[in-house]
Design a protein. Structure first.
Length: 235
């Protein structure tokens, strides 16, 4: 299930990896167990666009403003689409700004035009930001759709975003493999079966959905967006 606490997964991992389940007798390995669980969840998170982690985040845009901060909980490398509200309709904004676009409407000289048509990621010095083109002539709103960042998994009460059994079984397989225990392959096999089940359920659920009013379909789970830094802003 999703939402298991770190403390619960540590206890489950002790048992699956053949450590003594009594915390008092295996306290020295707790940091290892926690780190293995955290890293395992990060790996599984990176390998698949879990639909239940997909979120939308709106950003208010201002007339004459070209750059915007990313929402704190949205993974900038997992942004799957952007739309702009123009009038009463959401319109898709494509990713990629190049010199031909600046030649058409030069953002450096504050040439403004509605609606926003393109976007990209730019490193402005402090942190990656969103650049939109053309520079908007009026205030409005853009909407980002993508996979949110993983929640913190540090304290015992912190909860996992992904299925705990899948995480624990993969982590147990790694620990057992390090110990050259033949049970490692069994755990890896169980973990893969659990992963296939979890991914199959999410894919089946999505394939059974329908759209109203001709709305564009959501991005595929395995779609990836690679961050490409644009040119630095003119001083």
């Amino acid at each position: 299930m999703r939402g298991a606490t770190l403390a619960q997964m540590v206890n489950d991992l002790r048992i699956e990896a053949r450590f003594d389940p009594d915390p008092a007798l295996s306290v020295n390995i707790v940091p290892l167990l926690k780190r293995t669980l955290v890293r395992t969840q990060e790996f599984l998170y990176d390998e698949f666009d879990w639909p239940f982690l997909r979120v939308t985040r709106d950003i208010n845009i201002e007339a004459g403003s070209r750059y915007y901060d990313f929402p704190d909980d949205l993974n900038l490398e997992r942004v799957q689409r952007m739309d702009v509200l123009y009038g009463d309709q959401w319109r898709p904004v494509e990713r990629r700004i190049d010199l031909d676009h600046y030649n058409a409407h030069d953002s450096d000289t504050d040439q403004r035009l509605d609606p926003v048509q393109l976007w990209d990621v730019i490193d402005t010095g402090d942190a990656p930001q969103i650049e939109i083109w053309p520079v908007p002539a009026t205030a409005g709103r853009i909407r980002l759709t993508g996979i949110r960042s993983l929640s913190s998994l540090v304290e015992d009460a912190d909860r996992a975003d992904l299925d705990d059994m899948m995480i624990v079984l993969y982590a147990a397989g790694e620990l057992l493999a390090t110990a050259k225990d033949d049970l490692a392959e069994v755990k890896f096999s169980q973990a893969k079966a659990r992963r296939d089940t979890m991914q199959g359920r999410t894919t089946k659920t999505r394939n059974n959905r329908f759209s109203l009013g001709g709305c564009p379909p959501e991005p595929e789970e395995r779609e990836r967006v690679t961050v490409a830094y644009a040119r630095a802003p003119a001083p």
